[in-house]
Design a protein around this ligand. Sequence first.
Ligand code: SF4
Length: 213
Amino acid sequence: MTKMKREAIDEFFRRLAAANPAPQTELEYDTPYQLLVAVVLSAQATDKSVNIATRRLFAAAPTPEAMITLGEDGVAEHIKTIGLFRNKAKNTVALSRMLLERHGGEVPANRDALEALPGVGRKTANVVLNTVFRQPVMAVDTHIFRVSNRTGLAPGKDVLEVEHALMKRVPKTYLLDAHHWLILHGRYTCTARKPDCVACCVRDLCNFRDKTA
Ligand code: SF4
């Protein structure tokens, strides 16, 4: 894969930013705690399916205290439409308990503290640090991994390699929102099976060899 040149990367993000100046996560939440839970629930599930489940879940248990009271079985009942729901229910209650015990019920703005929570890995921590605390970090999911490799923006053989490449190659001005632009581009245009290269606003900058006609 040919790597994208510096000027092309600038233009790539200039266009994504022009098309969507204030990109947002598609997960629904009212508080940092709710975003954290929604991201934990979103592993191997679509944001759409998570939103349907969390509308019910957060109405019943909007806070860590309420989540503990609801208990594992109660949480599972609300989220049973999404994959791995039993394990996710267990982690949701356990992380709520740990938030209360260690952080007074607040979501910590710190990677190590976040990754110590049950069910929270590097990607989830990065989403929370970026979306809630506006830290310029990159949570590489399946969409960002694909777009980064296909286009030549930040090629890498695994998510960590792509994350490091993006941190180096994305211009500082765009770093804070790059995560959302790349996810949305991968979700709606540069899709896994049939990318919509004809309608793609960065077609001329992209180095993918098999662009669709
Ligand atoms: S041209 Fe095609 S492969 Fe390249 S970024 Fe756009 S949709 Fe993806």
